[in-house]
Ligand binder design. Sequence first.
Ligand SMILES: [Zn+2]
Length: 120
Amino acid sequence: MSIKYSNKINKIRTFALALIFIGIIIMYLGIFFRTSMLVMSIFMILGFLAVLSSALVYAWIGMLSTRAVQVTCPSCKKVTKMLGRVDACMYCKEPLTLDPELEGKEFDEKYNRKKGYLKS
Ligand SMILES: [Zn+2]
């Protein structure tokens, strides 16, 4: 296998963390424009929005986590959380499935979309 799969919750968490950094960087860039009050304010607001949306993403992860299924990874024996019908282990990236039908089949993200598990 050449492609590395990553756990969805971890992926979203990484995204939220990246948003915080992006927000801070945007706000920091604003300092270079302190000669113009307007440009600086725009940077500050954009940076603030990025940080704010990251907080929203974190709240969303919290909500998803309550719906995530806890499973023990057959490969590393650690308890991991999975979303949807297929997901990867948080620790060793072992592809996991909840559906016996898909067992042994090639890991594919599109299995998650069939049922619309994440809809609503
Ligand atoms: Zn594992």
